[in-house]
Design a protein around this ligand. Structure first.
Ligand code: HEM
Ligand code: HEM
Length: 168
């Protein structure tokens, strides 16, 4: 059964590559850092469009809105020893995903303002908050990876393989 279509998978692995490269390897303000950031922002817009008008039911944003009620229900199920993994994203995963959408937007906007608006070049708040949000994104990604590995073990569902092949 197809869970993650090509667009979701491509956006995911490009996102991983850009976030890791921009955080650990590429110098902030260098062309490669800036263009990689804009590219992932563009891919995110495509993903949002696919989340609204796309044909994959599991990729639709409305199928994984992290409402407090959904999160509470998921936590109760986890405490009771969840055995089955839902085919799409669970509500805690969804919370992370919406944070990623926010973080990529924030990093792109603050990066762009810093680079393109002369009066804001070297602005302390832009620089600091760009760093804080990228730190928070990196921490969240660490929790995300841990959660994926734990859920894989707990439910016996090959989540990582599904994000590579699309199917399970
Ligand atoms: C995936 C998205 C991004 C991540 C994870 C990221 C991460 C970072 C990190 C870790 C720094 C170094 C901060 C420090 O050492 O104080 C930085 C600096 C910087 N980034 Fe990004 N960034 C991203 C996107 C962008 C985008 C789209 C732009 C657009 C122009 C941009 C422009 C800059 C600039 C100009 C700096 C240097 C600021 C300074 O002089 O302190 N970044 N970024
Ligand atoms: C910078 C690091 C990472 C970020 C920012 C990130 C972000 C995301 C996002 C945004 C999604 C949702 C995809 C969508 O519906 O569009 C997702 C899902 C997923 N990611 Fe990551 N990811 C990262 C690293 C990883 C790594 C290293 C792995 C595994 C080796 C991984 C495995 C997965 C899996 C299996 C899913 C689907 C989870 C499910 O079935 O609900 N991610 N990730």
């Amino acid at each position: 059964m197809l869970i993650w279509d090509r667009l979701v998978r491509s956006w995911h692995w490009c996102l991983v590559a850009v976030v890791v490269a921009n955080y650990w390897f590429l110098e902030g303000g260098d062309d490669l850092h800036n263009y990689a950031g804009y590219a992932i922002f563009a891919l995110m817009i495509l993903r949002l469009g696919w989340g609204i008008w796309g044909r994959n039911p599991y990729a639709l944003l409305k199928s994984f809105v992290p409402t407090p009620a959904a999160i509470r229900k998921h936590l109760v199920e986890l405490r009771a020893g969840l055995k089955n993994h839902t085919a799409g994203h669970n509500p805690l995963g969804a919370l992370f995903i919406f944070f990623v959408f926010f973080a990529i937007t924030y990093l792109s906007v603050t990066g762009w303002l810093h680079e393109e608006v002369d009066a804001l070049f070297g602005n302390d708040f832009l620089q600091n908050s760009h760093r804080w949000v990228s730190d928070a994104l990196m921490i969240a990604a660490g929790i995300h990876l841990t959660a994926v590995l734990v859920m894989q073990k707990l439910t016996g569902t090959p989540l990582i393989t599904t994000m590579i092949t699309g199917k399970r």
